[in-house]
Design a protein around this ligand. Structure first.
Ligand SMILES: [Zn+2]
Length: 79
């Protein structure tokens, strides 16, 4: 259920197929948006502040495994 979060030196890797680059991330977030409407009433979000954010699940685009990710070092990251 809990997904490890990547850091400056780590990245996700699918433990089933080894995919490093493609994931569908389901994220719930609480945001404050500055909505600016033009005279015709068309809204446009000009600023977005994220108050909190939670990653709920990560699905591998290659093999569809859900939450089967581990953290591995990024290339060049000191071990
Ligand atoms: Zn995979």
């Amino acid at each position: 259920m809990t997904v490890p979060l990547p850091t400056d030196t780590t990245r996700w890797r699918c433990t089933l197929c080894g995919n490093l680059t493609r994931f569908d991330v389901t994220r719930s977030s609480k945001v404050v948006e500055y909505v600016h409407l033009d005279l015709a009433g068309e809204p446009k979000v000009e600023e977005r502040e994220v108050l909190s954010e939670t990653i709920e699940s990560v699905r591998c685009r290659w093999c569809n495994a859900v939450d089967k990710v581990e953290l591995v070092d990024r290339p060049g990251a000191g071990s």
